[in-house]
Design a protein around this ligand. Sequence first.
Ligand code: PEP
Ligand code: MN
Length: 334
Amino acid sequence: MVVILKNNPDKGQLNNLVTWLSGKGIDVHTTVGASQTILGLVGDTTHLDIDLISALDIVEAVRRVQEPYKNANRKFHPQDTVVKVGDTLIGGGNLTLIAGPCSVESEEQICEIAQKVKASGANLLRGGAFKPRTSPYSFQGMRQEGLRLLSLAKKLTGLPIVTEIMDISQLPLFDDVDVIQVGARNMQNFELLKALGAQRKPVLLKRGLSSTYEELLMSAEYIMAGGNDQVILCERGIRTFESYTRNTLDISAIPVLKQLSHLPVIIDPSHSAGKSELVDALSCASVAAGADGLIIEVHNDPPHALCDGPQSIRPEAFDKLAKKLKKVSEITKL
Ligand code: PEP
Ligand code: MN
């Protein structure tokens, strides 16, 4: 349920309302906008008397929210959420570029790529240390050592780090990580989501391979219900009957998620396509459709990459693409 307040509500009456609602076991989330203040009520609101609340002097309107996600719902929070990571703002009309290899492979590799993507305008560095691989015989990531190398690259370039967590037990190792990624395969690992809700680092939540928008938003809700509202949604391609591409980039996800939710939406064109030659077109299409940013796999030697070489673009290609995306972003804002 959302309670929309009249302009300049009497503070005493507002406090009384919030205290009364809290007494009924309802969590009240207040959003103060430029023209309106909104109270988002989370909890069992079925027994609340809408007419009683509507009749209060300070109340403009009361609406039930049908969707099962509340904190993630745009009705609760009409303004875009902007997640701040270092000097970078994600969401709210900014274009954020996250770039780096699928996996951290060595100090030389991650440091070289970090310096190059930074010079091209990347805002954050990606790199997997814990890798979810389909085969147990594939490279599983450098794990703790990978995190150490990411920290070195961060020190060298100043780029904040985005890296994937696969299990709650890894959380204590993520101290120097700036944005914690939840991969597609873990989108519904609810215990992991709860643990990430209980901490305060931003979370990049990737859409599951066969998940609906509502399921993605419910996973975001798990994190937000724990008090962490720093969630970034990521569309990374979904399973369809098409097998030419690794996955199918769902462009509709951008306008739909932005309509349903206030959370930033970023696109992963690399895992969507599975082919480096498609990354340019999918990135431009995503920015034109209103994406808040991109997470792109960049490798200095794709043919020898330990993971996802075929979909990784070279630093020179990233440099060209970053320039193009700035232009697409400017045109899209017209
Ligand atoms: C990744 O970003 O390296 C990754 C494994 O992505 P996804 O979870 O989307 O497959
Ligand atoms: Mn990858």
